[in-house]
Design a protein around this ligand. Structure first.
Ligand SMILES: Cc1cc2nc3c(=O)[nH]c(=O)nc-3n(C[C@H](O)[C@H](O)[C@H](O)COP(=O)(O)OP(=O)(O)OC[C@H]3O[C@@H](n4cnc5c(N)ncnc54)[C@H](O)[C@@H]3O)c2cc1C
Ligand SMILES: *[C@@H]1O[C@H](CO)[C@@H](O)[C@H](O)[C@H]1NC(C)=O
Ligand SMILES: *[C@@H]1O[C@H](CO)[C@@H](O)[C@H](O)[C@H]1NC(C)=O
Ligand SMILES: *[C@@H]1O[C@H](CO)[C@@H](O)[C@H](O)[C@H]1NC(C)=O
Length: 608
């Protein structure tokens, strides 16, 4: 924790008296929150061992333990969630706590040039619930064509029509409004709802969209292209992480052992038979080995899953040789790293206090409203109120967005405590020059997100120590086309903010240039291209590093059953299996992958 976190925590905590904290735990209990017990006595073997309790792993564990005959051990490096991780508005705070692995990229020549240490922050969740504990709660599923493309690459069973039932199976959208009912579920574990607050900006944004020819629609329904209010993974105004949705309700199942603060260091694979037979892990500085009878399910996320595979002898021969790890299977593990870059720093100043800032919500009314009613500005997921999936002039396919716009109820200049700055990696000096002059002016933001990046990167093993980080080379904006699309998106965002609708509040772009781009005329295409390379940041959607593909694809790591090529008893079930990133936020997509994987595993072992 850094000093800023401490300030934030203290401020919030001192405002919530002990009484209120009790109220919250009563409330939580009444919501049926099961306590998750931390196992210390391990069996010598289990039917399944699941590594990582994130968006993918939590779902798999829930579904596999439905069969009382199967024993499952879930190993998670992080801790359980707590009161503060529940609060949607302060999502960015989570990334400056121990709930984030804290990864940073190597220095790139093409991106993050104006950020702290010239490295990109690559936040990843470390908790029961994984990255869904630190994410911004936005519920989107990507585009139909994303999955049809996966299928057309040779991945049988992954077309949109085949994956849609799994999205629906997970979901409980009983309280959603204005949705395409046929596309949503009401009986699933994952609660989806709208924030309990809406600023006047949302209507203006949606109206501005109509002027551009876009409908106000359900992006998770018939068509994705359009403008909409956000749907969020929360319940009664509090975060609904993968753990809250899928683990807590089943924590009493006797066939489930969960171990937290437990770091898996190796998957044990017999080098001759290539059969997976167990895992090795550390807990409380002690080393353990357990054996597995059926399968190990690797759900450690798009950075740690490829890293663990390489540590276990599955990866590019050349790299494993370099770090002296015996090669069991030569595969292109760690390649194909794809992610969504965003420009989250555009600030639009307004002349009325219709926006949200750290200072603005620091009042007991808003805090009480959140704690007692699960409503008010604290329920806005990471400050994001509305989304738009749109096409720039570069978009080729008719129904396929290449750009997402995210309407933020606040902007970086209102970041009094600095949590947003820390998440993005904005240096203090840049903040002081560009944002501090408007620290007291209300402002909103429109973030632009590059949906279809052409650039791809790599997760590379650094050495054979399992506790050392891998090298992260995301290669953001290596391809010039990616910058060009982003620049178009920025210009569209500005024209929306400066449309007649937002003139009601005299919305004006903050025109103080980014220090690294002062020599370029402000507002020109080359200015925005420069700004993108200086301060664009990831939305935390890293995927693709254990690519799914047919056996004819030399880059594939897993097959359409998510089994690692050449290895028996080992599947990968998380974001890393995506052959291509989807045009949407990734959490729900990865839960879908978990649901589908669980069915495939059940199918395989049904009669064995
Ligand atoms: C800041 C941020 C905001 C985001 N906002 C959104 C959003 O609004 N909407 C959305 O849909 N998506 C969002 N995402 C992305 C989304 O949350 C992730 O894509 C998704 O949660 C990843 O799921 P996963 O199962 O692949 O991995 P994770 O959820 O990261 O799970 C991996 C788990 O494995 C554990 N683990 C790793 N290594 C080991 C080991 N060696 N031993 C034991 N355990 C291990 C980790 O601690 C972690 O709990 C955001 C991401 C970030 C970072
Ligand atoms: C779905 O949500 C509704 C409304 O919040 C709730 O009443 C219902 O019990 C939930 N269903 C399940 C299966 O959890
Ligand atoms: C609108 O904003 C501009 C630029 O910030 C400012 O000069 C002007 O006074 C504002 N007008 C009103 C009516 O607030
Ligand atoms: C804000 O600016 C708009 C447009 O210039 C103006 O119509 C409106 O009256 C202003 N509001 C306030 C509170 O000054």
């Amino acid at each position: 924790m850094n000093y800023r976190t401490v300030v934030v925590l203290l401020t919030i905590l001192t405002r919530c008296s002990a009484q209120l904290v009790n109220l919250v735990s009563d409330l939580r209990r009444s919501l049926g929150d099961g306590e998750i017990k931390d196992t210390v006595n391990f069996d010598s073997d289990y039917d399944f061992v699941v590594v990582g309790a994130g968006s993918g792993g939590s779902v798999v564990v829930n579904r596999l333990t439905e069969n009382p005959k199967w024993s499952v051990l879930l190993l998670e490096a992080g801790n359980d969630e707590m009161f503060l991780t529940d609060v949607p508005l302060i999502a960015s705070i989570q990334t400056i706590t121990g709930y984030n692995w804290g990864y940073k990229s190597e220095r790139l020549k093409t991106a993050c040039l104006g950020l702290i240490d010239k490295r990109c922050n690559m936040p990843r969740g470390k908790a029961l619930g994984g990255t869904s504990v630190i994410n911004f709660l936005l519920y989107t599923r990507g585009n139909k064509l994303d999955f049809d493309q996966w299928a057309s690459l040779g991945n049988k069973g992954w077309s949109y029509d085949e994956v849609l039932p799994y999205f629906i199976k997970s979901e409980n959208c009983t309280k959603c409004r204005d949705i395409d009912e046929d596309y949503h579920g009401k009986r699933g574990y994952l609660n989806v709802e709208h924030p309990g607050y809406e600023s006047p900006l949302v209507k203006l944004f949606i109206e501005a969209g109509k002027d551009l020819g876009y409908q106000n629609l359900d992006p998770n329904g018939r068509s994705e292209l359009g403008f909409s209010r956000v749907q969020a993974t929360m319940k009664n105004g509090a975060r609904c992480s993968a753990s809250k949705a899928f683990l807590r309700p089943i924590s009493q199942r006797p066939n489930l052992h969960v171990s937290i603060r437990t770091r898996v260091t190796k998957i044990l694979i017999d080098p001759k038979t290539k059969q997976t037979y167990g895992v090795e892990f550390l807990k409380n500085r002690k080393k353990y080995t357990v054996r597995v009878r059926k399968e190990v399910v690797l759900s450690a996320g798009s950075i740690n899953s490829p890293h663990l595979l390489m540590l276990s002898g599955v990866g590019p021969r050349k790299d494993l040789k370099r770090v002296q790890i015996p090669v069991i299977q030569d595969l292109k593990v760690g390649y194909n790293l794809q992610d969504h870059m965003a420009m989250s720093t555009l600030a639009f100043l307004v002349n009325e206090s219709v926006t949200i800032s750290d200072r603005g919500v620091q009042n007991s009314m808003d805090i009480f409203n959140y704690i007692l009613n699960g409503r008010g500005p604290y329920t806005i997921p990471g400050g994001a109120e509305a989304l738009a999936f749109i096409r720039t002039k570069f978009a080729q396919v008719e129904s396929y967005p290449d750009m997402e716009l995210v309407l933020g109820a606040g902007a970086l200049n209102g970041d009094l405590y600095g949590s947003l700055r820390s998440l993005l990696g904005i240096p203090q000096s840049l903040f002081d020059q560009v944002y501090a002059p408007h620290a007291y002016t209300p402002a909103f933001s429109i973030a632009t997100v590059l949906m279809r990046p052409k650039s791809a990167g790599r997760v590379l093993i650094k050495d054979s120590n399992p506790l050392h980080w891998p090298l992260l080379l995301p290669n953001y904006f290596e391809k010039e086309e990616d910058v060009a699309v982003m620049v178009e998106g920025i210009k569209m965002a500005i024209s929306i903010a400066q449309s007649r609708h937002f003139q009601k509040y005299n919305a004006t772009l903050n025109r103080i240039p980014v220090p690294g781009c002062r020599n370029v005329p402000f507002g020109s295409d080359s200015y925005w291209a420069c700004a993108v390379r200086q301060i664009a940041t990831t939305l935390g959607h890293q995927v693709g590093t254990c690519k799914m593909g047919p056996d004819t694809d030399p880059d594939a790591v897993v097959d359409a059953q998510l089994k690692v090529y050449g290895i028996k008893g080992l599947r990968v079930v998380d974001g890393s299996i995506m052959p291509n990133i989807v045009a949407g936020h990734t959490n729900a997509v990865i839960m879908m992958i978990g649901e589908k994987a669980a069915d495939m595993i059940k199918d395989e072992w049904r009669n064995k």
